[in-house]
Design a protein around this ligand. Structure first.
Ligand code: PMP
Length: 332
């Protein structure tokens, strides 16, 4: 029998999928960790569960308590899924620019959703700061208390990946993995997986796939946090060194444009049937760059973060792409 005892146990132990076209193209084995297969549909279920379990252990989160978070959507969905399964309410602060599909799912899951204008982190009205203040207020007024999940600077996030995602990748490849690469939102995935892998074999090469508009590429390449341009990808694109990123080693930083990412997600749907979100496209484009740098014959792993159905009104909408001056294939 192979049974997961409820929603919580259904998080993690996701399949590792060979991506055929990019593997052929590079002569490497490029593998995608199918995080869209988690109950909340994204890689962020792992962080949500790790943060909640940590807060329970520390005695901060009490039965019937409230979890407050600022999120591009997927962490909120993960928190709502885990919260529903464990009896916690969720209050989610989201920048209004995020896809309607994620907002709809959050409301459906019963999250108390607060949309705020998308302003930079240095502005006190940024969603992260709004959620922190809201958590402080609710901690006083809620009968069972409230916590702020604080995914960016709460290292329980990356610990979840040190404990689960990293070891799973090591075991699923029988330790043959040569490189790992992904984009950064909080940095929990990149930091946690890279720490777990380097701990097992320090020669494993770690790449960063940074979208335009993020500042980490220039930080890891030139030692300076600087950004230019923008990306239609959601959930990634960081402008500072979060606590989750603190102390990690990046061997190969890459900057990936939407023009480089889009043909990859279009081909993946048309030729392999996988309809992915934009951050996954950035990740796979990064895996191709890393494969070219490491040379043929290597095994490279990246993350398939979430499904394209979460972005049908944007990335998968030819009118939206045209408006942004981005290419879209005839068949879309
Ligand atoms: N892709 C998507 C779609 C996401 O929502 C996120 C998280 N915001 C990421 C990638 C990045 O993951 P992490 O926060 O672990 O860096």
């Amino acid at each position: 029998m192979d049974i997961r005892n409820g929603t919580i146990e259904a998080i993690g132990r996701t399949p590792l999928v060979k991506l055929k076209k990019v593997s052929e193209l590079t002569g490497c084995t490029i593998l995608g960790k199918a995080e869209y297969a988690n109950p909340g549909g994204s890689v962020k279920d792992r962080a949500a569960l790790a943060i909640i379990r940590d807060a329970e252990k520390r005695g901060l989160l009490k039965p019937g308590g409230v979890i407050v978070e600022g999120t591009a959507g997927n962490t909120g969905i993960g928190l709502a899924v885990v919260g529903n399964a464990l009896g916690y309410r969720t209050v989610i602060v989201i920048p209004e620019t995020q896809s309607q599909e994620k907002k709809d799912l959050l409301r459906l899951l019963g999250a108390d959703l607060r949309e705020v204008p998308a302003v930079p982190y240095r502005d006190q009205n940024n969603y992260v700061h709004v959620s922190r203040r809201l958590a402080k207020e609710l901690a006083k007024s809620e009968p069972n208390g409230a916590i702020w999940a604080n995914q960016f600077d709460n290292v329980a996030n990356r610990q979840g990946h040190i404990d689960t995602t990293g070891p799973e990748i090591w075991e699923q490849t029988d330790g043959t993995v040569d490189g790992f690469i992904c984009a950064v939102g909080t940095g929990g995935t990149l930091a946690g997986v890279s720490m777990a892998l380097k701990d097992r074999n320090k020669n494993i090469q770690i790449g960063l796939a940074d979208p335009m508009g993020a500042a980490l590429y220039s930080h890891y390449k030139f030692g300076e946090l600087k950004s230019e341009g923008s990306s239609i990808s959601e959930g990634i694109g960081q402008g500072r060194i979060t606590a989750n990123l603190d102390g990690i080693t990046i061997d190969h930083p890459f900057q990936i444009s939407d023009d480089e990412m889009l043909p990859i997600v279009f081909d993946l749907l048309k030729e392999e049937g996988l309809c992915m979100g934009g951050s996954t496209g950035i990740n796979i484009a990064g895996a191709v760059r890393l494969a070219r740098e490491l040379g043929p014959g290597k095994t490279i792993v990246t993350i398939l973060c979430d499904l394209g159905t979460r972005y049908q009104s944007k990335l998968w909408n030819p009118e939206f792409l045209k408006e942004k001056g981005l290419p879209s294939p005839d068949w879309l």
